[in-house]
Design a protein around this ligand. Structure first.
Ligand SMILES: Nc1ncnc2c1ncn2[C@@H]1O[C@H](COP(=O)(O)OP(=O)(O)OP(=O)(O)O)[C@@H](O)[C@H]1O
Ligand SMILES: [Mg+2]
Length: 332
């Protein structure tokens, strides 16, 4: 099936010659009656075998971007290519090259678990035998082997999602799209899904996921595009994005009374403070010198008559990168 699909793309002269699985050129969407674009001149390239993350807060334009790449949302400007094929011009062809897991449960409730896979195969032009074989193979692979004959109503949220992933990759798509894959999942199901996605990726599956969980982007993705207001603010590997901050750690101090005095004291007395901001009841400071930092801060506060309620030191995260870029938190 893969060979067949790849050949279809290679032989097709209707696309561009890009090696990238996903490519966008100034891709934009402004919804009717909206003054500002939901996606604004996006230029993006995702290579074969990558897990690529679109990370951003609510309304950043993640779903709209994924929607345009998966033929569901019609762009108002620019172009998108999947496997070199122009999405706008050849949506039917592109649909065969992609697998999509949306945020909603889109399983067919009138079918059994196994039938949800089997009929998907038939729909994508696979033969009866091949479709049955792949259905059984994927049920095993996704730990749903004993659930094949059951109604999809019997599945837990995590299981239903595994079935949707199995269905999305059934026809060996060139790229798997997942919109907020772990939103609403319990921590255990979230880890289980990460493992599944890593497993698929290690077999060569290209994946584009959207998320507003920085840990998810950090743990799972080879490269991450940080998005806000329909634009990419930064794009790199999680490690490089975090390095770009120029700080090794985040010091958080909560104090009694006004925290602003403490910011001044710390900036004056501690080396390597690269940024600071006020948070509820305290301050957050980005630092690159962490040796004996906590006792030094406590002493400094004491000698300046500031009472510390709580103090902690944590590694920088993609959230820190986002805050530096936008001045706000991912979950604001
Ligand atoms: N169908 C629509 N009609 C009008 N405006 C829309 C539509 N879909 C999205 N928008 C608007 O476009 C902007 C981007 O929305 P989008 O859903 O792409 O963001 P998102 O990053 O996926 O956010 P979320 O984290 O909430 O899923 C938002 O301002 C949203 O209100
Ligand atoms: Mg969304």
């Amino acid at each position: 099936m893969i060979g067949h699909k790849q050949k279809m793309v290679d032989n097709n002269q209707i696309g561009d010659s890009s090696e990238q699985v996903i490519r966008t050129v100034e891709l934009s969407k402004t919804y009717p009656q909206m003054d500002v674009p939901a996606v604004d001149k996006l230029n993006l390239e995702v290579g074969k075998g990558e897990i690529f993350g679109l990370l951003g807060p609510n309304g950043a334009g993640k779903t709209t971007t994924a929607g345009m790449l998966t033929t569901r949302v019609i762009p108002t400007a620019g172009q998108a290519f999947i496997g070199g094929i122009n999405v706008r011009k050849h949506p039917t062809l592109v649909k065969q090259l992609i697998g999509v897991v949306s945020q909603q449960n889109t399983l067919d409730r009138s079918l059994t678990v196994r039938e949800n896979l089997y009929y998907h195969g038939l729909l994508f032009g696979m033969g009866v035998k091949e479709s049955a074989r792949v259905a059984d193979e994927l049920l095993e692979k996704f730990h749903l082997g004993s659930w094949g004959k059951k109604s999809v109503f019997a599945l837990s949220g995590g299981m239903a999602q595994r079935l949707m992933v199995a269905r999305a990759i059934f026809h060996s798509p060139a790229v798997l799209f997942m919109d907020e894959p772990t939103a609403g999942l319990d921590p255990q199901s979230r880890l289980a899904l990460w493992e599944i996605l890593q497993g698929l990726n290690s077999e060569g599956q290209t994946i584009l996921l959207t998320t507003h969980y920085m840990e998810e982007a950090d743990q799972l993705c080879n490269r991450v595009a940080i998005m806000d207001h329909g634009q990419i603010l930064a794009l790199d590997s999680p490690v490089n994005l975090k390095k770009s901050i120029g700080a090794d750690a985040i010091l958080t101090v909560r104090v009694e009374g006004d925290p602003l005095g403490l910011i001044e004291v710390l900036k004056l007395s501690i080396d390597g403070v690269s940024a600071s901001r006020e948070i509820e009841g305290g301050v957050e400071i980005q630092v690159s010198e962490t040796e004996k930092l906590l006792p030094r801060v406590i002493n400094l506060a004491e000698s300046n008559g500031i009472s510390i309620l709580d103090i902690s030191l944590a590694e920088t995260t993609l959230e820190t990168v986002f805050i530096n870029l936008t001045g706000k938190e991912l979950r604001d």
